[in-house]
Design a protein around this ligand. Structure first.
Ligand code: FES
Length: 574
């Protein structure tokens, strides 16, 4: 298989040896029934699987992996599936985000330490996509992403109902006395009725779209439902293609260029994607060595029109998006704003992939000229309350609150928030600015999705559905509201957010990108000097995480994980 011009594949450092160690590597693999010729130097493809029954969104991945294997075999490769830590957004406490970087370490070391020449990443639920992308990027082998696909539309009492978004809406109705708890509970089986990820444009769909926009998946990856047999075909084609990629030695870093990230940022604006894309794209870029800054999201994306009428900002769901043409139809619309020459995993450019993509429903996928929402990308606000920036998604916010001045109502923790928010004596009205502290990367720890604080019942009962909310937390991609998120530095790192007091006046001015606490510099310095850092965790992952996690504006990766170590074959194990 080898010549001077074609170096041995890395898998041959295990399987190609004629010595005792070669015996060990081959013989134990053969105990699974594989014939000898599968170890003859053909590309070995690792299928990195986040299947878990505790990650229900990825619960169909064992079957999906079988279709990837079909494709790998057809193209002359040898597939070997391996599990990595799976992060289920709805089950993991205190928050799946606490473990994103841990899972990425699992992915990175599993790839590098094993006889693998190319990788297929099976990703679905929110954090499983960035953790696999980050880990694989630090190895930089030929790699293709394959998302699990969204669930079919939720159906409740004859109407479509979206993951997450429907929960937030109906739970507010319960709190406002417009819906009974029994009615609310009866929706449980109707909202999520098939395999797959949340079918709103939440974080999972956003990240699946980012994978496609980055060019690291085959076209149409984002929107085909999990239950649609075309998802299986895509898996099979992915398996075929990764073998070719290994033969052509197309590495992840050739796809994940600065241009690819710029395409992703603009696409995220065009689909009204989640604010979580900011933190994950920053982290992935950090691993592959592309310089990306928080400001790039504002500079490149904030003026891009949202052309996708999907929940949480709009009406439709991912299944509708698929039938309307999916992401290629969106990218075709914004093609003049994209780097059309960016290479994708199928060997073609973005332009070649999307230039003729059809759109079948203009109510779902609008045009740039007649958008769903103008200039709807993520905005970055700064000021003495967020010296390193904070983000807001104007498309999910109320227009009249994008410029607002009001007194702070402060909650030191999410537990304090829950204990107080329903109290009729709480001094709060619709002009107040709700401030939540200690929910950032270090503070929670793990930067939980609690930034979209529910409104107090006495405000909801007036028919008011939105207020300005500021925190160092993240927000579920399925949520909405005038919520300033990812405030950096966070309260637990001694950021100014830590010293906001009840009654302080806060000014939010999104058009001017301003977030200002109206106290003097001297008073701010005085308060900060009195601030005491919270106690740090004493052991285990929590300790390592809190001691090394970076702030949100840098992507919240661990400081020692930024960058990559390549995929050189490690020294012998025996
Ligand atoms: Fe898994 Fe939404 S909870 S994708």
């Amino acid at each position: 298989m080898s010549s001077e011009k074609t170096p041995l594949r890395r898998s041959q450092a295990w399987f190609g040896r004629q010595d005792r160690d070669g015996f060990v590597h081959r013989s134990w693999i053969k105990n699974q029934g594989y014939p000898h010729d599968l170890l003859d130097g053909r590309p070995v493809i690792g299928i990195c699987n986040t299947w878990s029954e505790l990650t229900p969104c990825n619960g169909h991945f064992r079957e999906l992996a079988e279709f990837v294997k079909r494709g790998v075999y057809e193209a002359g490769g040898f597939p070997l599936e391996f599990p990595v830590m799976s992060l289920g957004e709805t089950q993991l406490r205190p928050t799946a985000m606490l473990f994103r970087n841990l899972a990425s370490m699992d992915v990175e070391e599993s790839i590098r330490g094993n006889p693998i020449d190319g990788v297929v990443l099976l990703m679905g639920c929110d954090k499983t996509t960035p953790s696999l992308m980050m880990g694989a990027a630090s190895c930089d082998l030929p790699t293709i992403g394959l998302s699990g696909g969204p669930m079919l539309n939720g159906k409740f009492r004859g109407k479509d109902v979206g993951s997450g978004t429907g929960v937030w809406q109906m739970s507010e109705m319960v709190r406002a006395g417009e819906m009974t708890m029994a009615e609310f509970s009866s929706c449980e089986s109707d909202m999520h009725r098939s395999s797959g990820t949340c079918m709103t444009m939440g974080t999972a769909s956003t990240m699946a779209s980012m994978v496609e926009a980055l060019g690291i998946s085959l076209p149409e990856n984002a929107a085909i439902p999990a239950a649609d047999t075309r998802r299986k075909r895509l898996a099979q084609l992915t398996g075929r293609r990764i073998v070719e990629m290994v033969k052509q030695d197309i590495k992840m870093s050739q796809i994940l260029t600065r241009q690819a990230f710029e395409n992703a940022i603009r696409t995220n604006a065009a689909i009204g994607g989640s604010t979580n894309a900011v933190i994950h794209l920053l982290a992935i870029a950090g691993r592959i060595g592309v310089e990306l800054k928080l400001e790039d999201f504002d500079k490149l994306g904030s003026e891009v029109n949202n052309i996708l009428n999907l929940q949480p900002s709009g009406k439709y769901l991912m299944e509708d998006f698929c039938y309307a043409g999916g992401l290629p139809a969106v990218m075709r619309e914004i093609l003049p704003m994209l780097h059309g020459d960016a290479l994708t995993v199928n060997g073609k450019t973005i332009r070649e992939n999307v230039a003729n993509a059809p759109c079948y429903n203009r109510d779902v996928i609008k045009t740039v000229e007649d958008p769903f929402m103008p200039a709807a990308g993520i905005a970055v606000v700064r000021g003495n309350l967020a010296p390193n920036g904070a983000v807001i998604k104007p498309s999910a916010a109320s227009k009249h609150l994008l410029q607002h001045r009001g007194p702070a109502v402060v909650f030191e923790s999410i537990e304090e928030f829950h204990a107080k928010i329903d109290d009729p004596d709480l001094d709060i009205d619709e002009n107040s600015v709700m401030v939540l502290k200690n929910c950032g990367p270090r503070g929670y720890p793990g930067m939980a999705e609690v930034g979209n604080m529910p409104l107090p019942p006495k405000v909801l009962k007036k028919g008011i559905t939105d207020m300005v909310r500021i925190s160092d937390a993240r927000m579920s991609g399925t949520a909405y509201g005038t919520t300033v998120l990812h405030t950096s530095p966070e309260a637990a790192a001694g950021g100014p957010l830590a010293v906001v007091q009840n009654g302080d006046i806060i000014e939010l001015n999104v058009p001017e990108r301003k977030l200002h606490l109206e106290i003097s510099d001297e008073e701010l310095a005085r308060r900060l000097a009195l601030w005491k850092a919270p106690e740090k965790p004493k052991r285990g992952w929590y300790k390592l995480y809190v001691e090394t996690v970076q702030q949100a504006h840098l992507g919240a990766d661990l400081d020692f994980l930024v960058g990559g170590s390549g995929a050189a074959v490690p020294r012998d194990s025996h």
